[in-house]
Design a protein around this ligand. Structure first.
Ligand code: ATP
Ligand code: MN
Length: 449
């Protein structure tokens, strides 16, 4: 922690000469000077309420409205930043709450300004706008920086695209997927970006390393679709995209970043917090790519494995039950094994010497392997492929069709009845399933409702 930052042990004490408890019923008031931020974490079970009392403030690029109460639940790690100064009030028990003067926000804003200039130039010269890739090791604020840049771009009247390649913690769909989302408004302070009509591909696990071949292939698919979108929409093209990546930056993970940069014809790479990665990318990417090293914010909170797992579970629960589990009502119904076709992508790798003649290891990673439904399907998340029901039947050709087809939704197997050859599924929509080709994920979800 920087010495400039002041830390308060909990919400009982305010900082920066505030903490008079004058912010309403039992709340703690914080008076923030310009270019400072209030950081707080919620550890539940109680929720914490944030209210802007005066001035202007924003949370990860989205502006706070005056006298509106924002509520944050367990696991939330939030920063209220102010350019001009503001007063806010926190109600409820926070794990930590402190004000810091030491933030890289000005550097991030300058980065946004540079990108905005590139968009203006693209407009003038009838070119395409900046395609930005954000990279760095785990827990450096990659996702947060993406959110900031997208929010600021949309507030400047742009319609940028978020490309989400972090299969572990995605802001677009469920874990285990890669996706893209057209951003039309700043993220909701509590809920994040509105995910209407995202483009989603099935990957199947939370780490790109489980099938790097498939990961790179799907990245290329997304890049292809994004290019088509840019052809069709001048506004999307000028606005460009922000690509969020995984924290795996060594070996095949690093190669995947290089692949992404080339597939998307990236113009700018923002490297958070790691000089080594910065130098490697400068060395390996074409000279016209601007590689920029940015510091991480001292506010970024490291998350444990358990914490990430919980965040993933929350994400899946949200998909079925809506935000805070209160807005959607999922359906449960039986699906006969004979009515669906379940695949896993990628055969387990076997030694080269054991492969059939003429087959390479790559082929096994992109192979569509039929799954015989049984008890061990229980609790697995399945992607419903948008592929037509008749394709995919004949081995090779159909397999390519399934890989390249986006996902139209997800179900969870809640019970398996082998005797009657059927499974019960949790689905956002009532029966019947819209399509009958299902792709199994490594990821499980226990439905507690
Ligand atoms: P991962 O490696 O898991 O993808 P990341 O590099 O994307 O992590 P973020 O998800 O952006 O990191 O940030 C980690 C956590 O820190 C998040 O919960 C985020 O809300 C929080 N955070 C980020 N910036 C700040 C800040 N300035 N103050 C307080 N919390 C912050
Ligand atoms: Mn992230």
């Amino acid at each position: 922690m920087s010495s400039e930052s002041e830390r308060a042990g909990g919400s009982e004490e305010g900082t920066s000469g505030a903490g008079s408890g004058s912010g309403g019923t039992g709340g703690v008031r914080f008076d923030l000077e310009r270019e400072t931020e209030l950081r707080f974490e919620v550890e539940g079970p109680e929720r914490v309420t944030l209210e802007l009392l005066s001035g202007l403030g924003e949370v990860f690029g989205s502006e706070l409205n005056r006298n509106k109460k924002y509520s944050f639940g367990p696991g939330a790690k939030i920063a209220v930043f102010t350019w001009q100064g503001c007063s806010v009030c926190l109600t409820g028990k926070t794990e930590v709450a402190y004000v810091s003067k030491d933030t890289p926000m000005l550097l991030y804003l300058n980065t946004h300004a540079a990108l905005e200039q590139m968009r203006q130039q693209a407009e003038r010269d009838n070119e395409r706008g900046p395609r930005v890739m954000v990279v760095g090791p785990t827990d450096v604020g990659k996702s947060t920086l993406c959110r900031l840049l997208l929010c600021w771009a949309v507030r400047a009247g742009r319609r940028p695209t978020l490309v989400e390649l972090d299969v572990g913690q995605t802001a677009v769909a469920l874990p285990g997927t890669l996706g893209a989302l057209g951003i039309e408004r700043p993220a909701d302070l509590e809920e994040g970006f509105s995910v209407q009509a995202p483009l989603v591909y099935h990957f199947g696990s939370t780490s790109p390393g489980t099938n790097i071949k498939l990961y790179n292939k799907l990245t290329s698919c997304l890049a292809e679709v994004f290019s088509q979108r840019c052809e069709a929409s001048r506004r999307s093209s000028v606005s460009g995209c922000v690509i969020n990546t995984c924290g795996w930056v060594k070996g095949a993970g690093y190669q995947a970043l290089v692949h992404t940069a080339s597939a998307f014809q990236v113009d700018v790479v923002l490297v958070l917090d790691q000089e080594r990665l910065y130098n490697e990318l400068k060395r390996d990417l074409p000279h016209f790519v601007k590689v920029v090293l940015l510091p991480k914010s001292g506010g970024v909170v490291e998350r444990s494995k358990a914490c990430r797992r919980e965040a993933r579970d929350d994400r899946i629960r949200e998909y079925f039950y809506g935000f805070r589990g209160a807005s959607f009502f999922p359906h449960a119904f039986d699906v006969r094994f004979s009515d669906v076709r379940i695949f896993k992508i990628g055969a387990p790798s076997i030694p080269d010497s054991c492969l059939p003649l003429g087959m390479s290891q790559d082929d096994t990673q992109l192979k569509l392997v039929p799954v015989t439904p049984g008890r061990d399907l229980a609790h697995h998340v399945l992607s419903v492929s948008s592929v037509g029901d008749r394709e995919g039947e004949d081995g090779g050709k159909g397999a390519a069709g399934v890989l390249d087809s986006p996902v139209c939704g997800f179900i969870v197997v809640t019970a398996v009845d082998t005797q009657n050859q059927l499974m019960t599924v949790l689905s956002p929509a009532p029966r019947p399933l819209p399509r009958h080709t299902l792709l199994i994920m490594d990821i499980r979800f226990i439905d507690l409702k």
